[in-house]
Design a binder for this molecule. Sequence first.
Ligand SMILES: *Cc1c(COP(=O)(O)O)cnc(C)c1O
Length: 432
Amino acid sequence: MFISKNLNVNEKGNLTIAGIDTVDLAKKYGTPLYVLDEDLIRENCQKFKKSIDSYYGKNGLVCYASKAFSCKEIYRIMKDEQMGVDTVSIGEMYTAILAGFPSEKIYLHGNNKTKEELRFAVENKIGRIVVDNLNELEMIDSIAKEANSKVDILIRVKPGIDAHTHDFIKTGQIDSKFGFAIETGEALSVVKLVSKFDNINLIGAHCHIGSQILDVDPFVLAADVMIGFISDVKDETGIEMLELNLGGGFGIKYIDKDDPVDYEEYMKAVASMIQKKCDQYNLKKPFIVIEPGRSLIAPAGITLYTVGARKEIPNVRTYISIDGGMTDNPRYALYKSEYDAIVANKANEERSEIVTIAGKCCESGDLIGENMSLQHAESGDILAVCATGAYNYSMSSNYNRNLKPAVIMVKGGKSRVIVNRETLEDVVRNDI
Ligand SMILES: *Cc1c(COP(=O)(O)O)cnc(C)c1O
């Protein structure tokens, strides 16, 4: 009946998340409100970890790609779950470290890391820097030299696979701002170059083939290509890379027609491909890293809004306006990403109309979705948009000087604030 398994309906006919009445949450904390279910986040972490334990002999690490949702509390939870984390900026690294996350289990990504970010990473002994370009390589070496340390890196390569939901193609594509191409020999020449830098240790290779991928095949193909690359590198240079990072991108159910595979299916299929190729090329099985972001946290979240204006344009459409929009969830405006929504105080009622959900920004494209089937919504109703745990709060903005919503965590029948709602003072804090 509902898109995410932590959603249900109670005896009042109200939508619940992890057993808690969402209408009560909206009353208690106000709207718009992000709500996250801690048990489901932890369960998802454990599923990915267990898949490595069962199918890959515990020889790996699951890193949470924290750009999906970043704040101090999530890094505490990831630490507790013995995960690694991915970061892509000094802000994410800083937040993780401030929350007590062990720096040796932090990975730093990015196609244009600044000198300041690299210095921060080296000084704080971040576990791995995933190198994306040659400028960066030189900067890391000189920063490491100054700090009298040696930095462990992976190189990011383009395996030439482009995956979207159920489609994927082996493109050999080299037009991406991320990484070094395998097919042109660029990646191999970078490996040769790295061995000339005294303060850099090449540990392995990384790839990330896309996002919201609903199939295992592209991941299996990526593993195939990457082991081939590791083998080529060994043949050409004698260097055997012992860490293989296959990135994230595991898909989730946003709307009815999305049909993601069980998380453990990925590792099952990938592990058997790695085994096969390593036997074939006579390689040691590498330590494996995967980097789920969305799949760990998107299904654990919902956003609650209060419905305001209703605008029925005969023979055109009905707009339902809410007290948030692209400032707290820009994904429809950016990518036409679809969501399921429910009128939380009418969760038992029929979905009797097709509507467009509009935000409150001065922007026609400020929509949460079009042609959405919904219970009859009126001013004052509470609207829940589902599966918003990832890439919502982390992509939010203050456009129109709207205030960013609070984030609350629910667990064991209780709720707590993990990010405060912004205040008017926050909005002008940096103004002179
Ligand atoms: C975005 C990203 C991820 C996570 O992607 P999801 O689709 O959220 O799983 C992992 N690794 C890298 C390098 C990324 O850029």
